[in-house]
Design a protein around this ligand. Sequence first.
Ligand code: UDX
Length: 431
Amino acid sequence: MQKVAVIGSGYVGLVTAACLAELGNRVICVDNDKKKIVSLKKGIMPIYEPGLEEMVLRNKKAKRLNFIFSIKEATEKSQIIFICVGTPSRSDGSADLSAVEKVARAIAGAMKEYKVIVEKSTVPAETGEKIKRTIEMSNSRKVAFDVVSNPEFIREGQALTDAMHPDRIIIGVASKTAEEIMRKLYGPLKTPIIACNIETAEIIKHACNSFLATKISFINAIASICERVGADVEKVAEAMGLDKRIGRSFLNAGAGYGGSCFPKDVDAFIHLAHVKGYEFELLKAVRRINDEQKKVLFKKIEEALWIIKDKTIGILGLSFKPDTDDIRNSVAMDIAKMLISAGARLKAYDPKAMPKASAELKGVKFCNDPYEAARKANCLLIMTEWDEFKRLDLEKIKKLLSHPVIVDGRNIFGPAKMKNMGFIYKCIGRG
Ligand code: UDX
């Protein structure tokens, strides 16, 4: 059992805290948002993530997981302190690290004995070094400490599985003592551990997310060519994926990537490379293709409806991907806003994201189910591949729509089947 503090109870922090408690550690989770802490103390989750609530409640009950406001108290009571605060993008693409710096100073001020301070927020390379310097400057008692970079690879919607069964753990560290402490912490996961220096760990995180974003933009570029020559991108991805050197995952053509990570991380890596004197042209193209993918989709809607103004469009899916209520950088939200600007009347349905989306989308009718969104609409637009949508009663949908038009931004139905059913069906990269 180790004594752990997790500063920042957002997505990464909360999942990290719950999983470390589940492994038998005593974990204190901190946030400066008092409302959030009060809710968490009552067992109310600030986000929707399958299984998280149960895991938090279980560990709270077992007194392994606690929520408090004070970084000072959490630091005093713990040996390992995870920094999991937000690192939003600034307008130039660089990451705003002011919250990380503030937390580092607060930890330094409260340290009375050796601590391992772990950077887990997604941060640009060299942040570990900056955290170390910040702590040194505020560490008036000259207490010994080590900084570790331990990047997180959890995906929203499957965060608990990803955190409890990771492909690997990265420990970027400059001291054997800290390495041993971290190895002991993660030992129960029985997963390969890559120990390296802090800078390498930071670049591993940049490289992984950028590579995955590259796979998505690559397949979306292939999809555009497929449409021009009459090929089927789904078959291309299937065949490419069977090549073990390539792999099938992250080769789903569609509306492009969104979410709180990929867009921000790609921007941050391009920016970091630029500052270091390297123009990352490959990644700039990845970003450009992803931005253009929205226009590709919008054009398909225009092709289907000709004039968008005053048309009623049912939109299924608002979250940036299935199994989450997260709408940050959601392509679905962007397309919805583009359609509203073009004068469309929107009827929207999402299994989880409507409470968050309704604050941002004005004048949209939010529906109780997909069928209500389809009723009397000129077109049904699929933006997020929730399982619920894959199981739709398409005959019923056809009867409800005023015109049998479906634009599928996530390729969840096949063109042949849809054509046979009498739909005008537009999807991505399929002939
Ligand atoms: C990502 C990384 O996968 C994770 O390792 C990191 O810790 C955080 O960022 P997440 O943002 O939760 O996780 O979602 P992910 O499942 O990776 O999907 C990101 C975006 O890419 C979504 O908008 C998704 O719809 C899109 N995507 C994904 C595709 O368009 N095609 C694909 O084949 C895969």
